[in-house]
Design a protein around this ligand. Structure first.
Ligand SMILES: [Zn+2]
Length: 541
């Protein structure tokens, strides 16, 4: 799952459901274990895009596709779609953030007080400019909300709180408050820099103490036909995330202090915009490299000549975050056993279940994508450069980090309420005797935070399927397991094969996942957005 979308799941205890006993699925369990064991091995060194470890994983997936008799759906008759990317590394010690006021210079300390990622747009950049506070940096006409009303930010560094107003509908809000939308707003108004304040509300989703683990990790972006990084925002010469205790200094002498703004943020009260006294100076230097990393794609042709030009898409990200840098770590390899070797394994065995039966009416595409952890990069490249015409993509089921650690009693399908795919998920869950739980974490905006969202942005309905938080027997303390994973193992070297992966649960999850596609690929009506749905209305065509 995407790094900036760290979740601190709160558990809800839904009614547990006892499922119908599956037949003997030992062979399925063994195969799932085989995939995860291969993909999460130390030899692959955390499957970072652009490394041998990732490429070996990609070859493994292609080889499995071929073994199952699936047809290539990459480019040039291959299983691969190479994604051209820029990889950027921040030069050690180059990140600078200084406040200039009343003849004094206050330097903020990198990582302890502020953080910035490597710049994909600039090898070197430096700026000095005045500052404007602009709420959350959101302009959402649909919600009759605009943080820029009456503000002139041209040539300025815009200071914003990370996040969104408390009363925003969560998914729409997540769209409007995403880094990309905020940067678009700044660029269109002529701003040249941005400082995002990591608030106490942000802290609940992603603890500042985890920022340190990002140091030494590269940024990646895909290149368009002109060789430019897509959504690279070259006009923005400086950017930083600042921890709120340090950010208070930016507001000294201003008409409102940060503490007051944070209190309003917590209380859901409106935030005014205003100029801040003094100037900010920012600088950085980054190293750029050109790399390519493959998406892996294959398909099963549908059996109905009237429907088989339409494709149901299963997808999962194959990459993970590589190795830790710096001193003092024991195990440095982030194996990503559950993030997302598990999702890939379930997708592979879902494909096998399809190949063992009569072909469905529609065709089914299986897509393993690269660089999810770098900002949904491989999926966006595919969604914008599909190897199958976009209008033939009927719907998406995405698998990312299913927690296969206990016999689950329910599944969650983020996005189920947005399209008729939700009906298929309900039927598939019923078939397998598990409950379908409505999104229990609306405040986490998970629907906009994994690969399927890049397809949603191209108008394709999608769901993101994960195991739920109730146990099948109703007695297991899943809360401890679930929260323990997110706290202790998520994006750390201990998301590895030492976890007690429950392959019985993995097999069951695979059957639910298969059921969704089996229903969608065989029903007469193509999936569609619900009437009046925000995402359908915004992106649908
Ligand atoms: Zn992840």
């Amino acid at each position: 799952m995407f790094r900036t979308s760290v979740l601190s799941f709160m558990l809800l205890f839904g009614a547990s459901t006892y499922g119908a006993e599956a037949g003997d699925d030992t062979a399925l369990q063994e195969r799932l274990q085989a995939h995860i064991t291969f993909l999460a091995d130390d030899l692959l060194r955390g499957r970072q895009p652009g490394t041998e470890g990732y490429d070996i994983a990609a070859n493994y997936v292609a080889s499995q596709f071929r073994q199952m008799g699936l047809r290539p759906a990459g480019t040039d008759g291959s299983y691969f779609q190479q994604v051209p990317m820029r990889r950027a590394w921040l030069n050690d010690g180059s990140a600078k953030l200084e406040l200039l006021r009343d003849g004094q210079v206050r330097s903020f300390r990198f990582v302890e007080e502020f953080y910035r990622s490597p710049s994909l747009a600039h090898v070197n950049s430096e700026l000095q400019a005045g500052m404007v506070f602009a709420g959350y940096g959101i302009d959402a006409p649909l919600l009759e909300y605009n943080d820029f009303d009456g503000l002139d930010v041209e040539g300025k560094v815009v200071v914003v709180l990370r996040g969104q107003p408390l009363d925003f509908p969560s998914e729409e809000g997540a769209h409007f408050s995403s880094g990309r939308e905020v940067l678009k707003n700044l660029v269109s108004r002529g701003a040249i820099g941005v400082i995002m304040i990591h608030t106490p509300r942000t802290e609940q989703k992603f603890a500042w103490s985890r920022v340190e683990s990002l140091v030494g990790m590269p940024s990646m972006g895909w290149l368009d036909e002109q060789g430019q990084v897509f959504a690279g925002f070259e006009q923005i010469l400086g950017g930083a995330m600042i921890h709120s205790p340090a950010a208070a200094a930016l507001f000294e002498g201003a008409e409102l202090q940060l503490a007051e703004l944070l209190a309003r943020d917590e209380a859901g009260e409106p935030l005014p915009g205003f100029e801040l006294p003094g100037e900010i100076r920012m600088g950085q230097s980054s190293r750029h490299e050109s790399i390519s990393s493959p998406n892996v794609a294959a398909y099963l042709p549908g059996g109905d000549p009237l429907l088989n030009s339409e494709f149901l898409v299963y997808m999962a990200h194959l990459d993970h975050i590589g190795e830790l840098h710096g001193e003092g770590h024991g195990d440095v390899i982030n194996n990503g056993a559950l993030d997302n070797a598990s999702g890939i394994s379930v997708m592979l065995e879902t494909a096998r279940l399809f190949t063992e039966r009569e072909a469905p009416r529609r065709s089914v595409l299986f897509l393993a994508v690269t660089a999810e952890e770098k900002g949904l990069v491989g999926s966006e490249y595919f969604a914008q450069n599909p190897t199958i015409p976009r209008e033939q993509l009927a719907g998406v089921v995405n698998l990312d980090m299913p927690l296969l650690l206990y016999d689950f009693g329910d599944v969650i399908a983020f996005g189920a309420e947005h399209s008729t795919i939700g009906d298929a998920v309900q039927q598939a869950a019923d078939r397998e005797g598990v409950a379908l739980t409505p999104d229990p974490f609306p405040e986490q905006n998970i629907f906009v935070r994994s690969d399927h969202y890049r397809f949603v942005q191209q108008g394709v309905p999608a769901v993101f399927l994960v195991t739920g938080t109730s146990s099948a027997d109703g007695t297991t303390d899943t809360k401890a397991i679930f929260e323990g994973f997110l706290k202790d193992h998520y994006h750390t070297p201990s998301d590895d094969l030492n976890l007690p992966i429950n392959y019985r649960a993995a097999a069951r999850f695979t059957r639910v996942n298969f059921g969704i596609g089996d229903i969608i690929a065989n029903q007469l009506e193509r999936p569609r957005w619900r009437e009046g749905d925000f995402f359908g209305d915004t992106f649908g065509r």
